[in-house]
Design a protein around this ligand. Structure first.
Ligand SMILES: [Mn+2]
Length: 339
């Protein structure tokens, strides 16, 4: 069985080339007559579009879930030890879950998942082992820079507790890009197959292979994925970088160590590195670090600290009146402390 726990695409309207690529992959995968496929929509996906993938396939071959459905049944598979039930729980926002489960009190991602898991648990036949597939952010897991928030409430809590999945023998999670178990070895993100940002540079990407025993115990093996193009950073002066003997098709972030701005640097870099996607000057980054260092040193000197803060916020140094006011207030505060 192959599980893809969303996101399938990175946007609700993927380009035709991405749809064709998914089609080609599914054709190759389903050519294996023994393979069952489980797919759920994630928060980046258009649920209806993902759901469409499954309507013509028999449920023992493909369990594809896009929009929520309160009457969803699990996929049932048999092995030499008995039955395994697989519940596929697509991502859903709170408003859709309230309508689907007819429950007005669903108000955060944890409530949505709890309603989905509880409905699914009721449909697992007695004695069957149980696998849950879900798209969520389990508390304690490590995110990266490019996962989109699961909550529509600004500042809303999007994490859920691992305990929501009580009773499941394995929980296959999508959403976070880093491969990791969270809370327990059987609650696991396989992680994204590729790096989606330079903060994922150097992360080992993998598929997770699960072997399930007669009692539902699991053994996991990471199968490494070696992408054709890595995401990585190169650093140096523009002259050094364009003098390299060979280039690369990798996705490149360029950090220039030149002290002065260079003319059209990206154009020159792309001759050797056609997939260079980001360029910055180390000078600018270092200046920020230095400023932070100075800020820390100035804590003993409140006049400078306040003056720096005003300059940071306004973009210009405080005037004479501001300075007098600040100095008076600091003087009064000092007297108060000493008194
Ligand atoms: Mn996601």
């Amino acid at each position: 069985m192959l599980i893809i726990a969303g996101d399938i695409f990175d946007r609700a309207g993927p380009p035709q080339t991405a749809l064709t690529r998914l089609r080609d992959f599914l054709v190759r995968a389903t050519a294996n007559p023994g393979l069952a496929i489980v797919v759920i929509a994630g928060n980046h996906d258009a649920a209806a579009q993902i759901g469409m993938l499954g309507v013509l396939a028999p449920i023992e071959k493909a369990l594809i879930r896009g929009p929520l459905d309160a009457n969803d049944l699990p996929m049932m598979l048999e092995d030499e030890h008995g039955s395994v039930a697989i519940s596929a729980l697509p991502f859903s926002y709170e408003f859709a879950a309230r309508a689907c489960f007819d429950a007005e009190d669903i108000s955060c991602p944890a409530d949505v998942i709890a309603a989905q898991v509880n409905a699914a648990r009721d449909r697992v036949p007695a004695g069957a082992r149980w696998i849950v597939v879900a798209h969520s952010f389990v508390e304690g897991a490590a995110p990266t820079d490019s996962e989109r928030s699961l909550s529509r409430t600004v500042g809303g809590i999007e994490t859920i507790s691992a305990e929501i999945f009580d009773g499941a023998h394995y929980v296959a999670l999508g959403h976070l890009h880093r491969a990791q178990s969270v809370g327990a070895p059987h609650i696991r993100y396989s992680g994204s197959p590729l790096a989606f940002g330079f903060d994922e540079e150097g992360q080992e990407k993998s598929l997770t292979l699960i072997d399930m025993g007669a009692d539902g115990s699991i053994e996991t093996t990471a199968i490494p994925l070696k992408p054709r193009r890595q995401a990585r950073t190169i650093r140096g002066t523009l002259e050094e970088l364009v003098a390299a003997p060979v280039g690369s098709e990798d996705f490149i972030r360029v950090v220039l160590t030149d002290e002065t701005p260079q003319i059209d640097p990206m154009k020159r870099i792309r001759v050797l590195y056609p997939n260079a996607v980001q360029l910055s000057y180390e000078r600018a980054e270092r200046t920020l670090e230095e400023k932070l260092g100075e800020g820390r040193a100035a804590i003993d000197d409140p006049e400078t600290l306040v003056s720096d803060f005003i300059e940071f916020v306004r973009g210009e140094a405080p005037g004479e009146i501001d300075t007098q006011l600040v100095n008076t207030l600091i003087h009064e505060a000092r007297q108060e402390i000493e008194a």
